[in-house]
Design a protein around this ligand. Structure first.
Ligand SMILES: [Zn+2]
Length: 318
């Protein structure tokens, strides 16, 4: 039997349940929605989670579309799923947990007696480090972004090669291979010996079907490559960036963006112009380095210093 929260499945079975992590403000117990798919044959364990950031719904879409296609009678090993990690943020469609105003992906490995986010992180971290591989499904929040996979442990980490392999197998086309901030699951779980990646499935308000489909394909690539399923997956070369440059606006006004997402940009090339409300040009911002146009704000209006876009730099093919 495999148990995750209240979900329990014998070999060849599946179950869903709740992973209880405390009570809401009215004293009701609440739990994260979890699932277990226990393969009829022995094998490894994959842990997948979504909505660690409460407004990042594409990962929930991936889980919704993946789970009905998984037959435990055709599976070797076990899949553990937490469909919504940031319970409180998800309820109110926000990025951060409103109970403690914390970003969940800065709270790992968590603390069982800590803040709301730390307790949720600790509960899901237990599942993550019980697995052989972890997929922490994210997206570029509500900004527009390419579909990519992040390797966050850093190039000097002992698990870097395994994490990078997992990213290549997932196969979105782009990899950001750059050490992430403290508290990310994709940094904390490799410290415990578990290869972990952070697929970033586009960026949108609500659901983006193309990004969700890339995520579903990525999960099945992983299942086939690592022997959970009988299928076959050949990895393809991925475009890898190991640097990430962010651009803000030097003035207030309206944006005129030049490249499209995924375009190659050269050093000195214009990334965006800012015009005033009456259409007069105010500023033109050029790329400091060459790279790939990676992420961009959704709304055209900006204040001085406000985030506009990001370019993935130090690009190679891996
Ligand atoms: Zn996220």
């Amino acid at each position: 039997m495999v148990t995750f929260g209240t979900a329990t499945a014998a070999p060849g079975e599946r179950d869903t349940g709740r992973l209880e992590v405390g009570e809401t403000r009215d004293g009701s117990a609440f739990g994260l929605p979890v699932a277990v798919v226990n393969g009829v044959d022995d094998g490894r364990t994959l842990y997948i989670q979504a909505a660690s950031d409460g407004d990042e719904l594409n990962g929930v879409g991936v889980i919704q579309r993946t789970l009905p296609k998984l037959d435990p009678m055709e599976l070797s090993g076990t899949i553990l799923v937490c469909g919504v990690v940031n319970y409180h943020a998800f309820q109110v469609a926000e990025h951060r947990n409103p109970i403690d105003d914390t970003k969940m992906n800065r709270a790992y490995p968590g603390d069982k007696t800590g803040t709301s986010s730390e307790r949720i992180a600790a509960a899901t971290f237990d599942a993550a480090i019980s697995a052989d591989y972890v997929l922490d499904l994210h997206q570029g929040s509500t900004s527009r972004m390419i579909d990519e996979v992040r390797v966050r442990c850093g190039t000097r980490h002992r698990l870097h090669d395994e994490c990078l392999e997992l990213a290549k197998v997932f196969g979105c086309g782009y990899i950001l291979d750059q050490k992430g901030p403290d508290g990310q699951l994709a940094r904390a779980a490799p410290d415990e010996g578990v290869p972990t990646i952070d697929p970033e499935l586009g960026g949108c308000v609500g659901w983006d079907e193309a990004s969700i489909q890339r995520g579903v394909d990525g999960v099945f690539n992983v299942l086939n490559y690592y022997g959970f399923l009988d299928g076959h997956h050949d990895t393809r070369p991925q475009t890898r960036a190991s640097g990430f440059e962010q651009y803000g606006s030097p003035v207030g006004g309206l944006l005129d963006l030049k490249p499209d997402l995924g375009d190659r940009v050269s050093r000195g090339e214009t990334l965006f112009e800012v015009t005033d409300v009456f259409g007069e040009p105010k500023a033109e911002i050029t790329a400091d380095s060459s790279g790939v146009f990676w992420r961009v704000r959704r709304l055209p209006q900006v204040a001085t210093g406000e985030y506009v876009c990001s370019v993935g730099t130090n690009v190679d093919t891996y």
